[in-house]
Write a protein that binds this ligand. Structure first.
Ligand code: KIV
Length: 285
């Protein structure tokens, strides 16, 4: 009987091996300990502790209010729940723009708590920063296309790379990031044709989020695929379960059970011994 292959911790080397073998890399966002445990056990290759947690978990309207401290707290929770997955820390708004030194110092905080890599947003405009970080020994992932931290400058949360000029500009961004030393990049919300141009232009790992199938793997925001974020549902996400509906049903049932005194029942109560009950004068028969 063939021996079952022992699962080992995901590494950059293994991700590159998957890329070489054209084995799609699975990637989800994750923001807390119990979810990290479930994802880890399911066999997901990578998780991103995205600054999208500012919206999905903390209730902000955009990712911009996310602080470094809050981001590190979410990341530490996820790290406590992982055994095998490759965990990527996401650098919040204005934690890498001020100076190369600040970017290195802040990225170092994610690595010091146990992240496998960090991600930041931007193409050619952040290439200098990426280069300095890579020289400092940091495993940096890029992020181009729709970059939520610069949504106001992009005219809102819009699909990017829809014109030939915009697609060519994104290819230039991808090449600039590769030359700066990233090990991979996320391409968010572009037409599949633009994704193909980018994928063909660089050798590093290219991941798609709403950018079609021609990539080394796929990312989605977990709250979107499990129906746990009511604000909106992006077109590019397949919903696998509707947690909002399931939880709403559970909470309504709980309310009904408590109001009707159906809960708790004896099986939900702790027992006292006969002797102790007798000492209290409570009839046990
Ligand atoms: O914060 C995040 O989850 C992200 C995604 C939008 C990719 O950066």
């Amino acid at each position: 009987m063939p021996e079952e292959k022992k699962r080992r911790k995901m590494t950059l080397g293994k991700l590159r091996g998957m890329q070489r073998r054209s084995e799609p890399i699975t990637w989800l966002t994750c923001y807390d300990y119990p979810m990290a445990q479930i994802m880890d056990a399911s066999g997901i290759d990578m998780v991103l502790v995205g600054d999208s947690g500012a919206m999905t978990v903390l209730g902000h309207p955009t990712t911009m209010p996310q602080t470094l401290e809050a981001q590190l707290m979410l990341t530490e929770a996820v790290l406590r729940g992982r055994e095998y997955m490759f965990v990527i820390g996401d650098m919040p708004y204005m934690t890498y723009e001020m100076s190369h030194e600040k970017a290195i110092e802040n990225a170092g905080k994610f690595m010091a708590i146990g992240c496998d890599a960090i991600k930041l947003e931007g193409g050619a405009r952040v290439a200098d920063t990426v280069e300095a970080m890579v020289k400092a020994g940091l495993p940096v992932m890029g992020h181009i296309g729709l970059t939520p931290q610069s949504a106001p400058a992009l005219g809102g949360y819009r699909v990017q790379g829809k014109t030939a000029d915009a697609a060519k500009k994104l290819v230039e961004d991808a090449i600039a990031l590769q030359e700066a030393g990233v090990w991979g990049m996320l391409v968010e919300c572009v037409p599949p044709e633009t994704m193909t141009l980018i994928h063909e232009a660089v050798d590093v790992i290219c991941m798609s989020l709403g950018a079609g199938p021609d990539a080394d793997g796929q990312l989605v925001i977990v709250h979107d695929m499990i129906g746990y974020f009511a604000a909106f549902h992006p077109k590019f996400v397949r919903k696998y379960v509707d947690l909002t509906e399931i939880l709403d049903g559970a909470f309504r049932q709980y309310i009904e059970d408590v109001k009707s005194k159906d809960f708790p029942r004896p099986e939900h109560c702790y027992e006292m011994s006969k002797e102790e009950l007798e000492k209290l004068g409570i009839d046990v028969e």
